[in-house]
Design a protein around this ligand. Sequence first.
Ligand code: AMP
Length: 613
Amino acid sequence: MSLQYKFFKKTETTGPIVGIDLGTTNSLVAIIEQGRPRILKSRDGQNLVPSIVCFAGPQGPCVGTRAKQRRVIDVQNTVFSVKRLLGRSFEDLKNSKVQLPYEVVEQEGLIQIRVGDQTYSAIEISALILRELKEMAEKDLGVPVSQAVITVPAYFNDSQRQATRTAGRLAGWDVLRIINEPTAASLAYGLDRKKEGLIAVYDLGGGTFDFSILKLHEGIFEVLATSGDTSLGGDDLDRVIAQVAAQEIEKTWGICIFDEPKLHAAVLDSAERLKIKLSTEPQALMQVIWKGQTYERKWTLEEFEVLAQPILERTEKPCLQALKDAGLQASDLSDVILVGGPTRLHGVRQFVQKIFGRVPNTSLHPDELVAQGAAIQADILSGNNQELLLLDVVPLSLGLETYGGIVSSLIPRNTRIPTVAREVFTTFADFQTGVDIHVLQGEREKVQDNRSLAHFKLVGIEPLPAGMARIEVKFLVDADGILQVSAKDLRTGVEQSIEVRPSYGLSDQEVQKMLQSGLENAESDLGFRRLTEVRNEAERILRVTQKNLPQADQVLPPAEVETIRTVVTQVQEEIQKKDVRGIQDATARLNQVTLRLAELLIKETISRSIKQS
Ligand code: AMP
């Protein structure tokens, strides 16, 4: 590992909370000021920061516009579209047929990107981008900034979510929440329109496609269904244009662009520029200059749309699936919102209109909506806008391997999060003392057709005849959509729990090692970070509890309310004492004693919303 993480050190604890849209092509940071989202400015005064890293800058790696300028001239040192690789295995990449002009190598099943004689994981590269966003936010706001909400495609699986969270952590961010991009977009859409009804968010970005259906009612944003494709986006449109250019260049120059990384990068760059021109003009010229030769081709919009059609058609199935999952017809929707750069294309708008039988809403800013929504969620976590409530869902079903290589689903896709599911299993062999737990994600029946998230073993089961043991497996999905699994022998009480680690990312030890290796004062800084993390979490739960205490008087018996008040005081005292263990214990107690209150309030909000709808 060659990156120096010393400049990734977290230095502060409080301050503003920002929203980050970590995009395949561009990233944005936003904040709420006077009730309105504002996009923060990059070093060069832009709203969009290209998600590109160039490792050959004069002062080490550079990110954003400067890196984009070097993308063609310094292709072997420049990495882009890295979000396509986040949380993925080498095997995944081979199957997805993604072509990238930089070299990708396999290391123990993981993807590593080769730059010169170094290799980097997608998490490390994303961390560099997130670090740049941190510096730019601090420069724009003039204060230290370390707390953020980061968005991910709704259809990101557990590994991809965890990889995003790890990258944030490596960059020195305290990632308070991971939220789904279309859900964020709907927050921004609904903030001041006070719209009600069923809306769909069609989000076609640089490398991912997401589709979600939401119900907006009295400040409640309830995701009814979500679907998508994490390997589909505007980059694919560039590639089909580049493919045509590749054939013509091979014919006239006798050169295969895929053997010439610089030429390949130049062709992709021109293809993207052509695509963007065709969003406003009926025809445009594609031009590639290489080693004194010029390749030119005039494209009409119609020609491009014919090529784009098969790619756009791939978005139809997820849309229909989500409508079906939500039990809706296209005609039930009151609005279809377009998000993402490619939705500026006439062909995309036409296609959306064909699927839904209505003209989509193009009045919103397709690049900024997600970041704005992330900022709104950040504002909610800061204690403002408390009348807004997000009810999100898991995008893919979660289950366990059972006898015969079949998946037993515990949490079906589109279940609201946070959620808990339990199932009791038994043993197959006489006097079995251990069971293997294999956690899977996906919609298919057979184990091998789903994504394997984790394996672990519960040992110490009481030896009993087959079928007598009672093993309870519990799945808990938190508000970030991240899964925690535990297994318990109900007779002996032996329990084991794991937070499902990303199969295709960095292990926790590696992350710790990276963080540690760069810290100048490792010990005190680690202690400081721990205290910060624990205190942030405690303060977050305190804020929510204090906000809900007035309602607690109405729904809980006085003794229970009194207990909550006592534990609130205990948490505050432990924070004062700066005792990590003490804060953790008191926070856990507070979580415990407010469990019933949270359930009652959510039930009440939902039943109120159902009654009024
Ligand atoms: P996003 O992930 O939303 O930043 O979208 C990035 C993608 O949008 C890239 O593939 C861009 O090439 C594409 N894009 C940006 N502007 C336009 C435009 N005007 N027309 C078509 N595609 C665009």
